[in-house]
Structure formats: C-alpha cells, structure tokens
Design a protein around this ligand. Sequence first.
Ligand SMILES: N[C@@H](CCC(=O)N[C@@H](CS)C(=O)NCC(=O)O)C(=O)O
Length: 218
Amino acid sequence: MAEVKVFGAWGSPFSRRVEMALKLKGVEYEYIEEDIFNKSPLLLQYNPVHKKVPVLLHNGKPIAESLVILEYIDETWKNGPSILPKNPYDRAMTRFWAKFIDEKCLPALWKAAWSAGEEQEKAKEEARELLTFLEEELKGKKFFGGDSIGLVDIAANFVAYWYVIIAELVGLKLVTNDNFPNLCSWTDEYVNSSSVKENLPDREKLIENFRARFLQTK
Ligand SMILES: N[C@@H](CCC(=O)N[C@@H](CS)C(=O)NCC(=O)O)C(=O)O
C-alpha cells in the first residue's frame, strides 16, 4: 500500500487544505503534527526551501506548497471526485483564482483584521475590492467548483472559516449578507458540507490561539 503522510499544523488552513483533498478522495494517510515554532528536522529536510507546513510525503517523496499538493493529489488519485475541471481553460481559471486567493485575498484579510487605524481602513477597503471579484465568480453557483467542492473552494477555506472567526473576535464587519450575499451563502454551504465539517479545527481552540498570539500584546 502507498505510504501517504501529511506534515501539518492543526490550526493551519494550508495543511487543512491538503487533508480536505485527501479526505474527499478517500485516501488514507498518516498525520504528523508539527510545532511551527519548533520545527522538526524531518520538516526542514522535506521542505528546506520554505520550511513550512504542509508537506505531503508520498512513498518517501516530499511535496510542499498546498496548492501544488492539491494538484498532485488530483492527478495521483483518480478515484473519488475530481477537484480540478477537465477542460484546459477551466483548469487555468481554477489556478488563476487559487493564486488570487493566496496572493491577494489572504494577505488583505489578515491585514484588515490585525492592523489598526489608517492602515486598517486601507486594508479593509482593499479586502472589500478583492472580495467583490470572488462574489462575482460565485454568481449562480453553489461552489466555486460548480455543484461540488473543487480546488478553489478548498483554497478559499480561510475565507469561509478562519476569517469568520477572526472577524468576530476583533469585531470586523467586512463580509455581510447585505454586501456579499453570494460569498455568505457559499460560506454556509462550504462549512456545513459533511466532508468539510469534520475536517475543520475546533473553533474555541482557534479563538484561544488567536487571542494568545495577537490580542494580548495589543
Ligand atoms: N504557501 C504555503 C503557506 C504555508 C504556511 O504559511 N504555513 C505556515 C502555517 S499556517 C507555516 O508553516 N509557518 C511556519 C513559518 O512561517 O515559519 C502553502 O500554501 O503551503
């Protein structure tokens, strides 16, 4: 049997992406929890470039970077639902939106949540502008992937779960039913779909963790 290991961190949306895809595909794997503040020699050996989780180890071969891993999983395990479309144009668009989420939306949402004053106002404005593109992309669709969860949905997991918790914690009202109805109903669908629900970190534990890391020094 193939050896599949995931080096991850329980609260990381990036490592949850990988676990989500493996679970959707029905691939069994061993999970190894890393302490990202005290990384194991194995993690550093498998991801010497970025030194980050997640790393997928498949039959001894390491793969890093969650979006790269998601594509690898889709190409390697053909059983179970595909998370990328078949058509080359649609595949390109999937990669486009996943990259947009990672490079633009996540940094803007993070900054909007944890900065203050003028910097925060600017970040909020930028985040609103960026989320409008996702709102448009979801028009008439249940998921970014259409009727079922695809790579972009998995890539946007932070927006659906982590961000909502952080926003509540810091009192940020950026995404509401009034201004982002599609995004809100997607969030609902995503976090309540059975395969996702069982693979989300505990809400209270996340809150505790964010409080300890970001609020006590404020
Ligand atoms: N682009 C990376 C991001 C992964 C990432 O930022 N991982 C964090 C945990 S959420 C990490 O390992 N941080 C450790 C560090 O930055 O030293 C991916 O998609 O896999």
